[in-house]
Design a protein around this ligand. Structure first.
Ligand SMILES: *[C@@H]1O[C@H](CO)[C@@H](O)[C@H](O)[C@H]1NC(C)=O
Ligand SMILES: *[C@@H]1O[C@H](CO)[C@@H](O)[C@H](O)[C@H]1NC(C)=O
Ligand SMILES: *[C@@H]1O[C@H](CO)[C@@H](O)[C@H](O)[C@H]1NC(C)=O
Ligand SMILES: *[C@@H]1O[C@H](CO)[C@@H](O)[C@H](O)[C@H]1NC(C)=O
Ligand SMILES: *[C@@H]1O[C@H](CO)[C@@H](O)[C@H](O)[C@H]1NC(C)=O
Ligand SMILES: *[C@@H]1O[C@H](CO)[C@@H](O)[C@H](O)[C@H]1NC(C)=O
Ligand SMILES: *[C@@H]1O[C@H](CO)[C@@H](O)[C@H](O)[C@H]1NC(C)=O
Ligand SMILES: *[C@@H]1O[C@H](CO)[C@@H](O)[C@H](O)[C@H]1NC(C)=O
Ligand SMILES: *[C@@H]1O[C@H](CO)[C@@H](O)[C@H](O)[C@H]1NC(C)=O
Length: 546
């Protein structure tokens, strides 16, 4: 099968060369008439129309998902939009396909994911793919096209107060992803007379969750998948992200950012060197036992004013690091690692000049509770009790896990289809608790002891949500995926680079990175060692209870 693909690619590329005359310049080909809706392959759907028009000199800033590699690109492409519905669901989904000029096509297709409550980010992701010769596809999953706020699902979550639009939730959860793949391949075939030789999916955060859904539910759709910082179990970690704000209200204490950041700094002081190197990064978070209550009473410098750590402040920080846990331990979620910024989202406060502060949690967290738990746009979060919070958390698992969690560790279908997947998680992620991905990939490897032959997971120390804060970021992950899929180059380590240009080889889980001596700019100064990870069943009973 592998060599067949090589032959196919060679064929496609030579056809491309012969067909040079038939470029995008021939605008008669980039018209709606060229394309037919793939009715037979998409049962339960109905076309609402296809548009196609050439676009020239289109310029946009565009990034590879999960990287710091952003640039301005100018591209020409055939812009195809396939609009369809699931009859009876009252949904309208736009599946977008950007086709490069035939002589610019590299024979491959690349699907791009979204983030937050959005299924796609449009040109921000697709432009760079077209610039490199890929067909770029994405879907809006039925959310208002081009107008789907990623932090609040207010435009689509409810059909009426008390009623979640479960059809749109399922479209967003997974269904539109398979349909996007089918549409993308049918449009490709109609335009170039050949299917893509290789198809890839690339996403971070919400896009990382989409990536896992595809590997679990539609394992034959893509040859290679990037699942960066996957938002798996989002029905759980998103409402759980509100917990720190809830604790602030319970304690009636809203610490200023400088106190929260000083707690983070104190934790880094204590745990930084556990991996052998002092670099402001906690590379082995499981070993970091720092208790914020031990520094209460000590002073810290708040922009020139000396203040003392408070006990209430320590409890707030502890809530973000531990995560919520019901009294019986069976409902909850992981917390953030201790070198993650807490003032970005989890313990964010806004303060007036008189230093009166209030909680300012990320809208992503509060709006889940409003729309998917309470199902009431006017819900009064400010008066929610802890009991109500935990009952909402449980309800969220019960009602939405099967639709959006992407947490099934059985990837045997993807393996059988010959797929390859690279997933990575920044350990200083300030939005998604990294242990969610660690626990998932531990389950994947527990289920299939040879899982590393087709799926690899890497921890990225000091890297924040989808992008570096301090540590080296795996900017070349997509290229390594392509090399794995097409040339069997196994990504034993994931190449990462920090903002100063220093490179590092990220370790393939369950190996973790330690410093072995020498210049820290040199990747050979680090090595991979067997992880000191906790037993998830024993330490986190809520995880085992799914
Ligand atoms: C343009 O496309 C039409 C329809 O497919 C084809 O007949 C014609 O030969 C093409 N012209 C060029 C210059 O490629
Ligand atoms: C695209 O830009 C190039 C360079 O500026 C220009 O020569 C060309 O005419 C433009 N094409 C179109 C279709 O506007
Ligand atoms: C592509 O076509 C769609 C549908 O007509 C349109 O909304 C969109 O603006 C077009 N994109 C570009 C970059 O022209
Ligand atoms: C279908 O959805 C639209 C909004 O997209 C809404 O205005 C309309 O009331 C819905 N129709 C039904 C029958 O639910
Ligand atoms: C506190 O920080 C300020 C700058 O914000 C600095 O000028 C001052 O020297 C610091 N004080 C101490 C005691 O570290
Ligand atoms: C601080 O300012 C806010 C708004 O400016 C006001 O509502 C509050 O009462 C003030 N608090 C104190 C203690 O002065
Ligand atoms: C809680 O409810 C009371 C009574 O309805 C209301 O006055 C108060 O503003 C609410 N508190 C918050 C924080 O929303
Ligand atoms: C470490 O390596 C970097 C890059 O080669 C170099 O600039 C730096 O001077 C080295 N540091 C030490 C302490 O040798
Ligand atoms: C770790 O050390 C071993 C033995 O010195 C070496 O073979 C290996 O390449 C090193 N791994 C990394 C990732 O540096």
């Amino acid at each position: 099968m592998f060599s067949k693909k090589i032959v196919q690619l060679a064929l496609t590329l030579s056809q491309v060369a012969i067909g040079l005359a038939s470029t995008l310049g021939n605008t008669t080909e980039c018209t709606a008439d060229t394309f037919t809706y793939p009715t037979d392959q998409l049962s339960g759907t109905s076309s609402l129309g296809i548009t196609a028009a050439p676009v020239f000199n289109y310029t946009a800033i565009s990034v590879i998902p999960g990287t710091t590699v952003g640039a301005s690109f100018t591209v020409d492409f055939c812009n195809v939009t396939v609009t369809y519905t699931h009859p009876g669901w009252n949904d309208t989904i736009h599946s977008t396909v950007w086709l490069p000029a035939q002589d610019n096509w590299n024979g491959r297709l690349q699907a791009l994911g979204g983030g937050g409550y959005s299924a796609s980010f449009g040109a921000l992701y697709t432009t760079q793919a077209v610039a490199k010769g890929y067909i770029a596809i994405d879907t809006d999953a039925g959310h208002v096209k081009g107008d789907a706020p990623s932090l609040v699902p207010n435009t689509w979550a409810l059909t009426s107060p008390g009623n979640v639009n479960l059809y749109l939730l399922e479209d967003w959860g997974s269904r539109s992803l398979h349909e996007m793949a089918v549409v993308g391949k049918a449009v490709t075939e109609a335009f170039y007379g050949a299917e893509p030789v290789y198809s890839y999916f690339s996403g971070c955060s919400g896009g990382g969750r989409q990536a896992l859904e595809i590997a679990q539910k539609y394992p034959e759709d893509f040859d290679g998948i990037i699942a960066a910082a996957p938002a798996l179990n989002l029905e759980n970690f998103i409402p759980a992200g509100y917990w720190t704000a809830q604790v602030m209200r319970d304690l009636n204490t809203y610490p200023p950012a400088c106190e929260i950041d000083a707690f983070t700094e104190a934790a880094i002081q204590e745990c930084d060197e556990l991996d052998g190197l002092q670099d402001g990064i906690i590379a082995l978070p499981e070993l970091c036992a720092f208790d914020p209550h031990t520094v209460v009473g000590q002073s810290f410098n708040c922009s020139g004013t000396m203040r003392e750590f408070t006990s209430a402040g320590a409890s707030v920080v502890q809530a973000a690091w531990t995560g919520p846990r019901s009294q019986d331990g069976m409902t909850g979620w992981f917390g953030l690692n201790k070198d993650a910024s807490l003032t970005s989202y989890y313990a964010a406060t806004t303060c007036t000049s008189n230093s009166t502060c209030s909680a300012a949690p990320l809208g992503l967290f509060s709006s889940w509770i409003t729309y998917f738990s309470a199902k009431d746009p006017d819900f009064d979060l400010g008066n929610m009790t802890d009991t109500q919070f935990f009952s909402y958390l449980k309800q969220s698992q019960d009602e939405y896990h099967s639709i959006v969690a992407a947490a099934n560790p059985d990837l045997s279908g993807f393996r059988a289809a010959g797929g390859k997947m690279i997933s990575w998680q920044g350990l200083a992620d300030e939005a998604i608790p990294p242990n969610g991905a660690v626990a998932y990939f531990q389950q994947v490897q527990d289920l299939d002891s040879d899982a590393q032959s087709f799926v690899r997971f890497y921890q990225a120390p000091g890297v924040g949500h989808c992008q570096t804060t301090v540590g080296p970021n795996p900017n070349g992950a997509f290229d390594q995926l392509v090399a794995w899929v097409e040339n069997a180059v196994v990504p034993e380590t994931l190449t990462a680079v920090d903002t100063s240009g220093n490179t590092r080889n990220l370790c393939s889980w369950p190996l973790q990175q330690i410093y072995v001596g020498g210049n820290s700019s040199d990747p050979d100064s680090f090595n991979c060692t067997l992880a000191a990870y906790p037993s998830f069943a024993a330490d986190f009973p809520f995880y085992d209870s799914f």
